[in-house]
Write a protein that binds this ligand. Structure first.
Ligand code: NAP
Length: 317
């Protein structure tokens, strides 16, 4: 007699269901997982694994009495932490998958290069018919600071090192990353900001990180610094950034995330010459590679191992 397969439910935004169900069906079959997508109508109490995001509309985990793990399809968890409770014995896992990570690394690498080479300057010179023989410094003479050294920040910092930049990083806890000068804690933040000509922001949103970039901290940046934020909108005090842009202390900002999304049409970031708005596309979870990351988590559970990337509701990420 064989054990009955474990049951999985996919609970995502309705627009994502078809793609994810197809990808998961393929991956479960390819990997011969002892897991089935639960047929429609299966009671919540019979579900073992919940592939989940907040936009599914599932905001109460209590009926899922047999749950072994909640596998979030997003890296960010601020929509859930502190708002929806889940049983202490059920791991709630953030999404870490290669497609998402590679996308984020490419976003930061591309926008950092735009600033490093000052591509906008040549665009303006071309438009004005101006032969301006300015040439950028080498990457080895340019410092890029990375706020957040988790799954996404660390991979970004490593890529920036490979591109030749001087790279500094900041996290909550001490880190040792080859080629990266790592800081932590409040003093570490000031040290990083002091030298960051290009500032990459990839922190999670928690009570501790809200408005981490404000009038006081932005003042530590070197004159003319550029900022790339793909973490979350409320990491930056918008009024302070607009003031820093107006004074020229911050030269330019590329912003992917905002307090309100879509960014309201009346917001001063739209059409601001010092701001590039991207519509929360820096990196997206790719269904195929994400399903493989999810089956890897389930294999760990079936082997009695602790899952990876478990959210700590007290820490907030
Ligand atoms: P992660 O692995 O949890 O890493 C978070 C990093 O932030 C860690 O290095 C952590 O420090 C650091 N951190 C947290 N609180 C801090 C504090 N108070 N002071 C200093 N450092 C702090 O998260 P991730 O997977 O890299 O994702 C980061 C964020 O990216 C997500 O939360 C989400 O908001 C955002 N995101 C955006 C997009 C997009 O398309 N725009 C896509 C995916 C994710 P420790 O290492 O010491 O814990």
């Amino acid at each position: 007699m064989t054990d009955a397969p474990r049951l999985m439910r996919i609970a995502l935004d309705p627009s994502e269901m078809e793609e994810w169900t197809a990808a998961m069906t393929t991956v479960l079959a390819e990997e011969e997982m002892p897991v089935e997508i639960a047929p429609a109508g299966t009671p919540d109490a019979e579900i073992d694994y919940l592939v989940y995001n907040y936009d599914s509309g599932v905001h109460d985990f209590a009926p899922f009495a047999r749950l072994r793990a909640i596998l979030n399809t997003w890296a960010g968890v601020e929509a859930v932490v502190g708002k929806i409770a889940w049983p202490e014995h059920v791991p709630f896992c953030r999404m870490v998958e290669p497609g998402l990570t590679e996308g984020m690394v490419e976003y930061f690498a591309g926008h950092a290069m735009r600033y490093h080479l000052d591509i906008d300057r040549f665009q303006a010179n071309s438009a004005a018919g101006r032969w301006d023989k300015w040439s950028p410094p080498l990457a080895r003479d340019r410092t890029v600071g990375v706020l957040g050294l988790g799954a996404l920040g660390r991979a970004t910092a490593e890529r920036l090192v490979a591109m030749g930049f001087r790279v500094t990083g900041w996290a909550r806890s001490a880190k040792d990353i080859p080629g990266v000068t790592c800081h932590h804690g409040a003093e570490g933040l000031m040290a990083l900001l002091n030298s960051a000509e290009i500032l990459v922001v990839i922190l999670p949103l928690t009570p501790d990180t809200t408005n981490v970039l404000n009038a006081e901290t932005l003042a530590y940046l070197p004159e003319g610094a550029c900022i790339i934020n793909a973490g979350r909108g409320p990491l930056i005090d918008d009024d302070a950034l607009l003031a820093a842009l107006a004074s020229g202390h911050v030269r330019h900002a590329t912003l992917d995330v905002f307090r309100e999304e879509p960014l309201p049409q009346a917001h001063p970031y739209w059409r601001h010459p010092g701001v590039t708005v991207t519509p929360h596309i820096a990196a997206v979870t790719r269904a195929r590679t994400a399903c493989q990351a999810i089956t890897a988590q389930i294999r760990r559970d079936l082997a009695g191992q602790t899952l990876c990337h478990i959210v700590d509701p007290v820490r907030g990420y």
